[in-house]
Design a protein around this ligand. Structure first.
Ligand code: ZN
Length: 141
């Protein structure tokens, strides 16, 4: 995947993060994955994150700011050791930890996007999620 846009995150520089766009040959093969996973996909067994560059451009937020929240959310899935089918609880936990990691590593505008979209994405308020899942994040930030 030599020519794809590649970037790194201060949260964990060991992650290989790629943005695929329709101009890339590989886009077709990832399209199906994006259909089920949304804007981004991560393989939970390797430190690889693939982001849908086309969908990213269609969002209402600054691409780089949104990008770092998405990356943080995906890294959070790894830190939380999520496995198997994605579910609402795992998504809420990843958003919660993703926000906190963005804050820690000074992706403050990205953290704000996560906070603003939290209820919309997860169906519960950030406060309620902290109450329910906050203890899962201990030692991970
Ligand atoms: Zn997720």
């Amino acid at each position: 995947m030599g020519e794809l846009i590649q970037l790194t995150s201060k949260i964990d520089p060991k992650f290989n993060i790629f943005i695929v766009t329709p101009e890339d040959e590989e886009y077709e093969q990832f399209k199906e994955v994006f259909k089920t996973h949304g804007l981004a996909y991560t393989d939970l067994n390797s430190k690889i994150i693939i982001i849908d560059g086309e969908a990213l451009d269609r969002q209402k937020y600054d691409s780089m700011e949104l990008l770092h929240f998405i990356i943080s959310h995906e890294i959070a899935h790894h830190k939380l050791k999520h496995r198997g089918e994605y579910n609402k609880r795992q998504e809420a936990e990843a958003d919660l930890l993703g926000i906190k990691l963005c804050q820690k590593y000074n992706y403050n505008a990205s953290a704000k996007i996560g906070i603003k979209e939290f209820k919309n994405r997860n169906g519960i308020s950030l406060e309620a999620a902290e109450e329910l899942y906050g203890n899962r994040l201990l030692g991970l930030i």
